[in-house]
Design a protein around this ligand. Structure first.
Ligand code: CAA
Length: 447
């Protein structure tokens, strides 16, 4: 089967979820672009968007419409060539509307799994539950005569376990996007001992068409990305708890401080508590639950996450993409309050922010903001200057940041010594391209 043939009938499971909707968008665009090529005229391309939630699927279609417009606006010259035989499409907006129609026309939103029984390629992005994944993929495989290939987006479950339990010998690969898939450049690729060479070859070709950067990870629960993120998040939680105990302050203030350290002082796109909220407290907990039985020398568990779940505070995103409240409360994308786990209510920032900022001390004048530095050619020089000033400072904020940077490096190095990642460069690329960091965690900035 050629690359095009494989992509003529595709299914995405969990299509209305955060990751599923991004995967669906990227795949729909790739399929529509193939369908527009002169050599593919007359061929049918079908993309089954499968999800249990009809409301979620309605939200997905709205998301697709808005995102495909942005995609189309960036390639009107190419689209004009593809629609050259269409005299009715004159203005750019005619062409853009036609492209949106063509992309959406490929997508079949459905709530029944049977839609995947005819697919050649199945992307799996359902929740982080091995038994559910095994059941769904095994069922589809038994009903599908095409011997389909399965691209699982699991964030943590070892691929060889799904392969074995679902009986998919050689036809499954870990193809792990990062959130949001339309923005983050990374795909982690995880093969089992049995993955067929043709599956790998197709995966590489498909990633290239999507302009993704592939980083291979070994098949160990959590892989490289969550191997780092989960430990970094647990470190953040433990630092906040330790700070609250040491300074005899309420936990919500310490959460505010550690979130600020990890964003403004470490020059990251989001602070660690905001990132936990963004991914979802429930998702982080599921991933930790999957990973923990596979590690012997550490406990990947947090009682605070359990408590947040018990209190029904879960973060995550609405189908519109808006952030739900979690550790932090958001208004128009901005943080306005922090959850007080003892009183079970949000405490507005204006009640305590100034006091916490004063405790941390002023950021050095050399401080740089993530957004302004991410594409700056002098990035490394500017970061080195800022981090040197942090190392030289006796302020609480600076000291916490340097300690955090060192921990992040140690986590990265351990991923290599534990043989999850083959090399340091892979760890750094994952954090640069999957988490949009401005610099890799294994660096000399904090030595
Ligand atoms: N779909 C499509 N585009 C999106 C989007 C989405 N869901 N979310 C944001 N964007 C686009 C915006 O439209 C905007 O595009 P333009 O530049 O064309 O206007 C662009 O991304 C930047 O967005 P914003 O200006 O709103 O905000 P920002 O500059 O702060 O970037 C962000 C937003 C890309 C999410 C950035 O904050 C970021 O990268 N944060 C870190 C996210 C992260 O760490 N992700 C990995 C999570 S872990 C994971 O995914 C693995 C796992 O298994 C759990």
């Amino acid at each position: 089967m050629t690359y095009e043939e494989r992509l003529q009938n595709v299914a995405v499971l969990g299509a209305a979820g955060k990751m599923g909707s991004g995967i669906l968008l990227l795949t729909a665009v790739e399929m529509a672009d193939l369908a527009l090529l002169p050599e593919n005229k007359g061929k049918t391309f079908v993309l089954h968007a499968i999800d249990v939630s009809p409301e979620g699927l309605a939200g997905l279609m709205r998301y697709l419409r808005a995102q495909v417009r942005k995609v189309a606006e960036k390639k009107t010259v190419w689209l004009r060539k593809m629609y050259a035989d269409r005299d009715d499409l004159v203005e750019n907006y005619d062409i853009i509307d036609e492209y949106i129609f063509d992309v959406l026309n490929i997508v079949r939103p459905v709530t029944t799994m049977a839609a995947a029984y005819s697919a050649n390629l199945i992307f799996e992005a359902v929740s982080e539950n091995k038994d559910l994944k095994v059941k769904l993929l095994g069922d589809i495989d038994r009903h599908n005569e095409n011997k389909p290939w399965f691209f699982t987006n699991t964030s943590s479950v070892p691929i060889h376990l799904i392969e074995k339990e679902a009986g998919l010998d050689g036809r499954i690969i870990g193809f792990h996007f990062y959130n949001p898939p339309a923005v983050q450049k990374l795909v982690e690729l995880i093969v089992t001992g049995k993955t067929d060479c043709d599956v790998v070859e197709f995966a590489l070709a498909y990633a290239k068409k999507l302009r993704k950067i592939i980083v291979p990870s070994n098949d160990f629960a959590g892989f490289i990305g969550n191997g780092h993120f989960m430990r970094d998040a647990l470190h953040g939680i433990r630092e906040a708890e330790a700070l609250a105990a040491e300074k005899n302050m309420p936990l919500y203030k310490a959460i505010y401080i550690i979130n600020k350290i990890t964003q403004d002082y470490l020059v990251r796109p989001m602070g660690i508590f905001q990132l936990i909220d963004y991914v979802g407290i429930d998702v982080v907990k599921f991933i930790l639950n999957v990973m923990n039985p596979f590690v012997t020398d550490e406990d990947l568990h947090s009682g605070l996450l359990d408590k947040m779940m018990e209190q029904g505070v879960k973060g995550g995103q609405m189908s519109s993409g808006a952030q739900k409240d979690g550790f932090l409360k958001y208004k128009g994308g901005r943080i306005t309050a922090v959850w007080d786990v003892h009183k079970q209510e949000y405490v507005e920032l204006d009640k305590f922010q100034a006091e916490c900022d004063e405790m941390m001390g002023d950021l050095p004048a050399s401080a740089v903001a993530w957004k302004s530095i991410i594409r700056n050619k002098k990035k490394d020089e500017l970061l080195a200057g800022f981090f040197n000033d942090l190392k030289a400072s006796a302020d609480l904020g600076a000291q916490l940041a340097v300690k955090y940077g060192r921990k992040s490096k140690a986590i990265g190095e351990k991923l290599v010594s534990d043989k999850v990642a083959n090399e340091i460069d892979h760890v750094n690329t994952v954090m640069l391209t999957g988490f949009f960091h401005a610099y890799g965690p294994v660096n000399n900035f904090f030595d």
